[in-house]
Structures are given as structure tokens and as C-alpha cells.
Design a protein around this ligand. Structure first.
Ligand SMILES: O=C(O)CCC(=O)C(=O)O
Length: 268
């Protein structure tokens, strides 16, 4: 097992402040290329086995389905992938960025954008989450170098402070509304390529998107979603949040801790 899975990554005060004020941070050389090559194979095998779009012809797909192949809680499918999701270094970074005492897993997802795959529309993840506070973040881990033409994750700087559009599901409508609204309000669009080993972290309320994959290679990314270890389940009438609650915090009711067997504490 690679040593970077368990040692800590020294974050500077400036990087923590950048995350908290911009809503995201792009960190370089967080994981070694050897580590990622080792895990890429296991994640790809799980995506191939559980690909929910296998039977869906391109012309029949929705915008969401054209954006990526999505497989959730991959750690439950493979002990190898579980090693990566439980990686101490990433959970330590999430804990420090969120400035909390520790973090639990909300869930993980592999997001593979196919060659020629469409854009990921503007959205904020927390729209979907029945969670009581904003202390959540996602680590976006590309599994190969991801230059702009492959559709790296991109962000709207400081948009986690902005509440407009928070009732929009990922869709053509969220893309059209937020593209115009965020730019008219002066939020800066930040799109940079990633090298293998780079990892970005963004708050659950930070608006983000990804360009289409214009290359002829699969854009493979693994994501790990962390939440404050003190997180509670929030009362919600939103269908997507009720669905998420059943899938990712099964058996817990609003007002109870989000600490089921699917939400192990990953740090400290
Ligand atoms: O990988 C993508 O295209 C989108 C990823 C995303 O929305 C996320 O990780 O929150």
C-alpha cells in the first residue's frame, strides 16, 4: 500500500483561507501517480461492471446522462477502492479545510465522462443533500492528466456565499440560468487543467460545472464526499433529499446524527 495513503499533507494557512473564501481549492501533488495508477484499474473495473447507462443509446440520454457515467459508493464494491476512499490524507485535508474536529463519509462516486461526452451543467451538490449544515466538501480526484479539452471540474469563485439558483436540479435549466446569472453578478469562472496527483476540494454549496470531453479518451474521476462528523439529518420535503437520505444515511430520521455504518468516521 502506498505511503501517501496514511501520511498527512501539510496544508498552509493560505490554502485553508483560499478554500474558505473562494469555496474551492486546487491542490497539487496530493497523491502520487503510482498510487493513482494502482487504484484506477479497480475503479474502472467497478464502473464497467455497474455502469447504469450500459443499455442506453447516446441519442436516448438526458443531459445528465450525457455528462458522465456515475457509480456511487464504489467502496462497497471493492476492498481495493475502499482503501482509497478511506485514505487518511484526503480526510485530513477535508477536516482542516472545513475547520471541524473530524469528518465522516457521506458517499463516494466515480464520474467517468466518455469521449465526446457532454458538459456537466452548473449546479451545487448540496441541493441533493439532507444535511443540517454547510460543512461538507467533495474531493475531486482525476485518474489521469485532465487538460481543459477533457472537461476538468471548474468552479465559480466565491459562489458558495450566493443563494440564488439553489433550488435548481442539475439540468439544462440550471446551466442556462447560472451561466448567465453568475457571470452577470461578477462571479469569476475558474477552469484549469489537472495533472495526475492534483485534487480539488469544493464546498457543497459552491457552484461548479465541467466542459464537454472533446478528447478521444475517457475522463475518469473519483470523488469522495465528506461531512462534519457532527452532521445531523435535516428535515426535507425535497424528493431528491429524501432519496439521498434513504440511500446514504439509511434508517436515520431528521434531527438524528448522520452516522450510520455507511458514514464511517475517516479522520481523525
Ligand atoms: O465530474 C464532473 O463532471 C462533475 C463532478 C461534480 O459535480 C462533483 O464532483 O461534485
Amino acid at each position: 500500500m502506498a505511503s501517501d495513503l496514511h501520511s498527512e499533507y501539510p496544508l498552509t494557512e493560505a490554502q485553508i483561507l483560499e478554500f474558505q473564501s473562494d469555496g474551492f481549492v486546487h491542490l497539487c501533488s496530493v497523491l502520487s501517480t503510482d498510487t493513482l495508477r494502482e487504484y484506477e484499474e479497480s475503479i474502472s473495473a467497478c464502473v464497467q461492471e455497474h455502469n447504469p447507462l450500459r443499455e442506453r443509446q447516446i441519442q436516448d440520454r438526458t443531459t445528465y446522462e450525457l455528462a458522465f457515467i456515475q457509480v456511487v459508493n464504489v467502496w462497497l464494491e471493492s476492498s481495493k477502492v475502499k482503501e482509497l476512499v478511506f485514505i487518511r490524507r484526503l480526510a485530513q485535508i477535508a477536516t482542516q479545510l472545513l475547520d471541524v474536529s473530524g469528518v465522516r463519509l457521506y458517499h463516494d462516486q466515480a464520474l467517468f465522462k466518455e469521449p465526446g461526452g457532454g458538459l456537466t451543467p452548473w449546479h451545487a451538490d448540496q441541493y441533493y443533500w439532507p444535511l443540517s449544515s454547510r460543512n461538507t466538501c467533495t474531493a475531486w480526484i482525476p485518474l489521469q492528466d485532465t487538460p481543459p479539452e477533457m472537461g476538468p471540474l471548474s468552479f465559480s469563485r466565491r459562489s458558495h456565499q450566493y443563494e440564488g439558483g439553489r433550488d435548481l436540479v442539475i439540468s439544462d435549466e440550471s446551466e442556462a440560468f447560472l451561466e448567465k446569472d453568475l457571470s452577470e453578478r461578477g462571479f469569476e469562472y475558474v477552469m484549469n487543467g489537472f495533472l495526475l496527483g492534483d485534487v480539488s476540494f469544493h464546498y457543497g454549496w459552491t457552484y461548479h460545472r465541467a466542459e464537454p470531453n472533446r478528447s478521444n479518451l475517457m475522463r475518469k474521476a473519483m470523488t469522495i464526499i465528506y461531512m462534519d462528523e457532527q452532521m445531523m439529518v435535516k428535515e426535507s420535503g425535497r424528493t431528491e433529499q429524501v432519496t439521498d437520505q434513504k440511500a446514504f444515511i439509511p434508517g436515520r430520521l431528521p434531527g438524528e446524527p448522520a452516522d450510520t455504518a455507511l458514514n464511517p468516521r475517516l479522520y481523525p
